[in-house]
Design a protein around this ligand. Sequence first.
Ligand code: SIN
Length: 283
Amino acid sequence: MAIKVTPLTDAVGAEIEGVDLSRHVDDDAFAQIHRAHLDHGVLLFRGQDITPEQHIAFSGRFGEHEIHVMSQFLLPGHPELLLISSLKNEKGEAIGIEDAGRYWHSDLSYNERPSMGSMLYAMEVPPERGDTSFAGMCAAYDGLPENRKAELGKLRATHHFGYRWNKEAAKWGLRPAMTQAQLDQTPPSVHPMIRTHPETNRKLIFAGGFCSGVIGMDEKEGEAFIEELTAFSTQPEFVYVHKWRAGDLVFWDNRCAMHLASDYDPKYRRHLRRTTLKGEKPY
Ligand code: SIN
């Protein structure tokens, strides 16, 4: 199968054309997609029409699925799929996380083995806003002055799901409190702030919105440090802003790309589903 790979920016992202994900992707096309994922960190497939089963099957070719801890937001019958959605069920309850990802982050960075990648498929999108931006963290690392690379290379940060969940709950007023079982399932993890991508061997900045602190700094100092590093890493030259169309599937590499969802007018519907793949312990 001949596929076309067109970079979206110099730092991150490529569009893949010539693939219909509702059909079997042969081994040769799969190898080209895998290569493009490593080279560009974020892949866009436009105009897809896929069932939950097809989404899970394609995603599962890249690794083992992680089941999200917020189990009330999983697609019934398909726990591999997390709903990111403004839709409500017949009882008026949210079926998905409506305000997911409105802060720069790498999915599941709070796990001891953070996620390798996430595959997000859009079924309904608002006519304006509700974009997702991606930052290339290898390019951001390459853009650091040498002394800053050396300084960051010695630092480790704490990543904690509950820390971020509570912050977002207070900010948008849309999230239920985590249960004790969910809190117990997501203890903090400590990771190096500079990690090496396990497949490309490129160095990159690994921080973002689940970071609750920097080892050796007090709370305020750590927060300010992470904020400043995030601002550096997400300068326009490192970022691709994705404007969604229904039928888009975006597959990003959480090891080397951070992402940020923008908000939108709540009068519109936004309905997406995501698989998340298990990754490796950062080094
Ligand atoms: C996320 O996966 O963090 C949400 C992204 C989005 O809703 O655009």
